[in-house]
Ligand binder design. Structure first.
Ligand SMILES: [Zn+2]
Length: 95
């Protein structure tokens, strides 16, 4: 499954609910999940970290759906095999 297929799956599963919640509400959920990912990282809890990564990518796909953004296209347009700043792979930007 690629990013596009994942986003389409999330659309099939949740688009009606995501649409009713709207952009701001969906963004708010994504930010809550980001916070929970940070907490799982702080706790160094591998199972929780994996769970929170799943929630973050799910809510990111939902937000992309309600904003009509093609997540895979957007990601690959910007990060298509090279760093968008230095245009190298691997990135050669200074830290
Ligand atoms: Zn770079």
């Amino acid at each position: 499954m690629d990013i596009c297929e994942f986003q389409n799956m999330m659309r099939r599963l949740y688009f009606r609910k995501d649409s009713e919640r709207g952009i701001n509400g969906t963004y708010s959920w994504l930010m809550d999940e980001m916070k929970e990912l940070g907490e799982a990282l702080d706790a160094n809890d591998k199972e929780a970290i994996e769970n929170e990564f799943a929630d973050v990518i799910a809510w990111l796909a939902s937000l992309a759906n309600v904003t009509s953004v093609d997540l895979e296209k957007a990601a690959l347009n910007k990060y298509g095999g090279k760093c968008p700043k230095c245009r190298s792979s691997p990135c050669k930007c200074p830290f």
